[in-house]
Design a protein around this ligand. Structure first.
Ligand code: ATP
Ligand code: MG
Length: 562
């Protein structure tokens, strides 16, 4: 766990990418910088992508440059416009606007020409070996690979075969185009890597125009170069690809983009591979990509995360050069920090216990002033109806309380938030012996704001039985039971660690001001946590998602570490 609460960006020392950019600008190597965010449209974006988005767009913003959004759409089988649209929505929602919107598939013609150029220089050849043969002859880390029997085809034959590959004369897997580098190269990725393979499949943008598709390594760097990207930032696992990235640029004599690597974000209790997230959706483990338990940006949005909280998180974790795992509680700290300032306070009772105030006049009600947000005076006040019958939280009553329990128990007093001090006099049970009702009395002199000086230790929230509305409240827990989901033991699958209790739905009573709110409105239920109006919500059936509880485990953990 490496994240700590960091000073604001202005006071922090530069991270390594900022240092590189500042030196590139100072030396005049670049007049301005251009970064890119290059998702493959084969799934919805997750919080790891959010880190990359904040980094790429954030750097450009800081140094007066720009950022392109480029879809790395070189695999027709896995990609779809549904994903393209969701990615654009998510980037915008995070608060960023791209300079250019590009697609690697827009560059297919140029990439093809450049492949012919490599063939012309004797640096690429058509190989008839099957994928498994190619794999088997690559050698190992300690052993050189073997040259393909097709490695020494003439330039003319290669050009002809490659053209025929493009024209659809061969079946999938029959031929590939490979770079001619060195089958004994210590970096296995440089042992004649595959540049093109044959896939007879319709592409979501180019349709059936192509049946050969470039590999990631051949497409990515060249796309950077076409767009004249100055700083191409990717995750650490691509550092072994950098020599190949540079090799293509050198041999093709094209704009020299540079690749830099930083540590990918890992979060405790979270998986982040799009393939696994897709599986969760397909298997029905979650309700969809935007299930509020998902680490996807759309799931987090539906859960009640705000763009500000995600950007704050990205900033706090900083930019590391070594892999690490960030504690989920830091992300939760960030959303609390943001919502504390902005969310309206409301009262809701999730597990109701009815109380009757026996000395309160029957049939009477009164309106009580309640503060909307103690952190923001401009949020003002609202009125909440108070009456003889109220719901309180079942957990706020204990029949045989331990010492230092300051909530309600037989004979004890507690303050009802914004209202009066009450005393519990009688416990009513049903035939089975369960507590079903409490009879209390109130002290009319103690109304909040009336100048009363009488104090009690505990304050609890409540809603009036006669005014409360029903609401469905979805309480989420971690989707996985294991913290280190980035390092689960061999032979185990992430599915072995699914938390069976990650969703609990309760029928709650809420104050009337909680009905009719638009989806995604952020609210604090007093004493319970931050909640957000779900997209399933209707005026008659409000639905709330618990974003996060109020309990801060992050600061506690920091204190323990220090
Ligand atoms: P996944 O394995 O989840 O599919 P990916 O890296 O294949 O992720 P891409 O769509 O290729 O997904 O990623 C787009 C960009 O986001 C890349 O530059 C990638 O490095 C970055 N990225 C992806 N996951 C993370 C992460 N966990 N932390 C930081 N950056 C990430
Ligand atoms: Mg990828």
């Amino acid at each position: 766990m490496t994240a700590t609460s960091s000073p604001p960006p202005s006071e922090r020392s530069l991270h390594f990418l900022e240092e590189i950019i500042e030196s590139d600008l100072a030396s005049g190597k670049y007049q301005s910088i251009l970064t890119r965010f290059p998702p493959e449209p084969n799934g919805y974006l997750h919080v790891g992508h959010a880190k990359s988005i904040c980094l790429n767009f954030g750097l450009a913003k800081k140094y007066g440059g720009q950022t392109n959004l480029r879809f790395d759409d070189t695999n027709p089988v896995k990609e779809d416009v549904e994903y393209v649209d969701s990615i654009k929505e998510d980037v915008r929602w995070l608060g960023f606007e791209w300079a250019g919107e590009y697609y690697a598939s827009d560059y297919f013609d140029r990439l093809y020409e450049w492949a012919c150029r490599l063939i012309g220089k004797g640096l690429a050849y058509v190989d008839d070996q099957r994928q498994d043969e190619i794999r088997a002859t690559r050698g190992t880390v300690t052993q050189a690979g073997q040259n393909s029997p097709y490695r020494n085809r003439s330039i003319d034959e290669n050009l002809d075969l490659f053209r025929r590959m493009k024209n659809g004369e061969f079946a999938d897997g029959e031929k590939v185009l490979r770079a001619k580098i060195d089958m004994a190269h210590p970096n296995m990725l440089l042992r004649d890597p595959i540049l093109y393979r044959i896939i007879h499949a319709a592409h979501h943008r180019t349709g059936n125009r192509w049946c050969i598709y470039p590999m990631y390594d051949y497409a990515h760097g060249q796309s950077d170069s076409i767009e004249r990207i100055t700083h191409s930032i990717c995750t650490l696992e691509f550092d072994v690809h950098r020599p190949l990235y540079d090799w293509f640029i050198e041999k093709l004599e094209i704009f020299p983009s540079h690749q830099y690597e930083f540590a990918r974000l890992n979060l405790t209790y979270t998986i982040m591979s799009k393939r696994s997230l897709l599986e969760l959706v397909k298997l029905g483990c979650v309700s969809g990509w935007d299930d509020p338990r998902m680490p996807t940006i759309c799931g987090m949005r539906r859960r009640g995360y705000t763009p500000e909280s995600i950007r704050l998180f990205a900033d706090k974790i900083g930019v590391a050069k070594h892999d690490n795992v960030i504690d989920l509680s830091l992300l939760e700290w960030c959303v609390r920090d943001d919502l504390n300032r902005r969310a309206m306070r409301r009262m809701a009772v999730l597990d109701p216990l009815k109380i009757v105030i026996t000395n309160y006049p029957e049939g009477a009600t009164e309106d009580i002033d309640a503060v909307n947000n103690p952190e923001d005076e401009s949020a003002g006040k609202r009125q909440v109806a108070f009456g003889r019958e109220l719901y309180i939280e079942r957990a706020d009553f204990m029949e045989n309380p331990p010492k230092k329990y300051f909530r309600l128990s037989p004979g004890s007093e507690v303050r009802l938030r914004y209202a009066y001090i009450i005393r519990c006099n009688e416990v009513i049970r049903n035939a089975a012996g369960d507590v079903v009702e409490l009879h209390c009395t109130y002290d009319p002199e103690t109304r909040s704001g009336s100048g009363s000086t009488r104090q009690v230790k505990g304050t609890i929230h409540w809603v009036s039985v006669g005014h409360a509305r029903r609401a469905e409240v979805r309480l989420f827990d971690r989707l996985f039971t294991e913290a280190r989901m980035d390092a689960i033991p061999e032979g185990k699958s992430y599915r072995d660690f699914l938390n069976p209790d990650s969703l609990r739905t309760v029928a709650a009573f809420v104050e009337p001001a909680l009905t009719g709110l638009p989806p995604l409105t952020n609210i604090q239920f007093e004493r319970l946590g931050y909640f957000s109006v779900d997209t399933d919500s209707t005026p008659d059936n409000p639905v709330f998602n618990r974003t996060v509880t109020l309990k801060d485990t992050w600061t506690k953990q920091l204190k323990m570490e220090h």
